[in-house]
Write a protein that binds this ligand. Structure first.
Ligand SMILES: [Zn+2]
Length: 366
């Protein structure tokens, strides 16, 4: 049976192991030993993602295993997390995140496995995949050794809110960088000979869209860099931004708009060099009622008297990568609220539901 106290303890233990993206060695070691003591065979791939197989797993299985997937990394400020449990809610001391994204998911999966072991319950063969560097751009999932993944279906614990929050669509997400090269000159002696890259960057930025463009589309310039010292006309500048949309046509149009803005500004400053680089961070997906994994998820929820609450997401998860690799994935809530802020908190009853849901998924018939 799912044991709430044990679940909360596991959660509080693992959030106290710092695991900022790129620094997952310690958490990986801890989770490896936890999974091994639960009877799973654990291995790390070359990128450091963990892949664990259940004791009844056999790669020649006619019916493939189900994949439970969660990321191990957390965002800043996420060092020295001190979890506090009060009134059924787990919070940090207010100076850090609590790390529920996605360790609430990790704890729920561990509790489900422990409960099944304890009850000696019949269960599907399963794999557990714990990825690195999700928060910085799904790097772990992108570099995952898929030759070790036999599952065709995945449940990804990475949604905000209670477990029945199901992510139905994730956007296409394009990152871009524009590099501007002007000409340096002494700012006081001969500014006429200079060409300010920062000025050109400003021309570009003021022409670009900003914020929420429509219901499905957002645009952000998140970083500018440029110049060297106060008394030199800046030779270099860089703009880094992103846009996301559920609508592929909108994505194409924004890409064209950026190129158009660049060529217009280039005409104003023919001596400058403007180089742009657009790259797809992840691709849009959506699924309907007929999706086999969605059906599996909805059935498990109905056993808990929960109805899936469908939300389209502005963010990407490892589920985007799995879908690209042909693994039908459904992203469910992991009992986390206010993710990526110091107000982040996890409700104990929601966390228990997430573990319960995971247990039902594993106990289902093939
Ligand atoms: Zn996450």
């Amino acid at each position: 049976m799912i044991n709430s106290d044990r679940l909360v303890k596991t959660f509080c233990d693992i959030v106290q192991i710092d695991s900022i993206s790129g620094e997952e060695d310690e958490i990986a070691e801890d989770l490896t030993s936890r999974l091994e003591s639960l009877g799973l065979t654990v291995e790390a791939d070359d990128y450091g993602n963990l892949i664990a197989n259940s004791e009844n797993f056999d790669s020649s299985f006619e019916s493939p295993p189900i994949l439970l997937s969660v990321h191990m990394d957390t965002v800043d400020p996420g060092r020295g997390i001190k979890p506090q449990v009060a009134d059924g809610v787990i919070r940090s001391d207010g100076t850090t995140i609590i790390g529920g994204d996605a360790k609430a998911g990790v704890a729920a999966v561990l509790e489900a496995i422990e409960s099944i072991n304890e009850d000696k319950a019949e269960h599907l063969p399963y794999q557990v995949c714990l990825t690195r560097e999700e928060e910085t751009g799904l790097h772990g999932a992108r570099n995952l050794d898929f030759s070790k993944i036999y599952a065709k279906e995945a449940i990804v614990f990475d949604g905000e809110g209670p477990v029945n929050t199901v992510t139905v669509a994730a956007p296409t997400y394009i990152g871009f960088t524009i590099e501007i090269t002007g000409r340096a000159a002494h700012a006081g002696v001969e500014p006429e000979k200079g060409l300010s890259a920062i000025r050109i960057a400003a021309e570009l930025i003021t022409r670009m869209p900003q914020g929420r463009l429509d219901e499905d589309t957002t645009f952000n310039i998140g970083l500018i860099e440029g110049g060297s010292v106060r008394n030199t006309v800046p030779e270099d500048a860089k703009i880094v931004g992103e846009f996301r949309s559920q609508n592929i046509e909108t994505i194409d149009n924004i890409g064209l708009e950026i190129k158009d803005i660049i060529s217009r500004v280039q005409l104003m400053y023919p001596d400058a060099e403007l180089k742009e680089h657009l790259h797809t961070e992840f691709e849009h997906y959506e699924f309907g009622d007929k999706d086999p994994t969605y059906i599996r998820v909805a059935e498990a929820m109905s056993q808990m008297n929960l109805t899936p609450s469908m939300k389209s997401s502005g963010g990407g998860t490892d589920g985007n990568v799995f879908r690209l690799k042909g693994i039908t994935s459904v992203v469910v809530g992991m009992a986390d609220n206010g993710m990526h802020t110091v107000r982040e908190h996890v409700k104990v009853d929601e966390l228990t539901d997430a573990a319960q849901f995971c247990e039902i998924i594993l106990k289902a018939e093939q």
